[in-house]
Design a binder for this molecule. Sequence first.
Ligand code: PLP
Length: 379
Amino acid sequence: MTRVFFDNAATTPIHPEVVQVMTKSLSETFGNPSSSHSFGRDAKGQLEESRRTIAKLLGAKPSEIFFTSCGTESNNTILRNSIKSDQISEVWTTPIEHPSIYQTSNQIGEVIPVRFLELNPNGSVDIDKLEYELAKAAKKVLVSVMHANNEVGVLNDLKAISEICHKHGALLHSDMVQTMGHLPINFQELKVDFASASAHKFHGPKGVGFMYIRQPNQINSLITGGSQERGYRSGTENLASIAGMAKAFELATKNVDEDIIYLNKLRTTFMTKLKSSFPSINFLTKLDESLCTIVSTIFPPEFDSEMLLFQLDMKGVACSGGSACSSGAAKASHVLAHFKLPEACKVVRFSFSKFNTEQEIDFCIERIKEIANERGQNC
Ligand SMILES: Cc1ncc(COP(=O)(O)O)c(C=O)c1O
């Protein structure tokens, strides 16, 4: 059966060249990077080479890159532990962050004040309002704003936000899990203080990620023990995955400008064809304000909102949904709740990678037509 994978914001297929690098590392470079003998030194060499590769591609210093187990760990570490080491007295974030920031912020809110920033209707941060509030802030603030939202794809202007933060003495963290490897990023120009990334979102392995910590910022370690990663993250490094992540990042960033053009063309084709077949379908994602990989689609109530994802899956289309329904069993995600959509419509996120094709778009739209016909829709 033909199957198409349009859930690349959840995870991406691993690149075959990444598998090769990992397999070689697993079988040949099995030493512990902390051991002083030659096996350990080989492993340490690969670890540091991976760090240099990632740092160089980001315009960062190798000593500013710290390996972790995932984006969630990076977000938790930075949020929870920068506030301990940097005399930060307040955290300001958005109400539509990934749960690894949103829930963590709610917990931090039991210890220090946490403020949820005002957003524009499209979900991006209201920059003027942020500047106005920061200018009045009496305490040192950590601002945490995601680069692109994982459910609707809306982008934040991190450059402008970082300038405002620094003008008013605040530090800026960005959850860049959705944009790392998908947009050109250079930390010499984009002056965030902290950033989080995850390899499986850019055709690398699952269970590995990294933090960027601009010098001279510091954090405490979330995981204590053997003081690996220069004391910022204890635990023997997942070397094969780290080497795989470095390879994946190299491949992801190689032709990133061409990939963006290709993906935007793919998204436009998808949206145009879907809209022309089903005029009642709308989009939460606005093409010119969002990441090139995501299309968040609002299906009208004529589609069976409870069954739609299941029906698509049965027909070979993998995508994902947060429900915008305020009725029934499905609960709106905190992100979709922000957009206050009409009841009973269904939001489906189609998310693409550079390996998707226009034929797959056509296949998907044909399957949606079948679903509509089976329900006897006049779409
Ligand atoms: C924006 C964002 N942040 C953080 C994460 C968590 O990353 P990980 O799966 O590596 O823990 C995700 C994953 O979906 C994400 O989309």
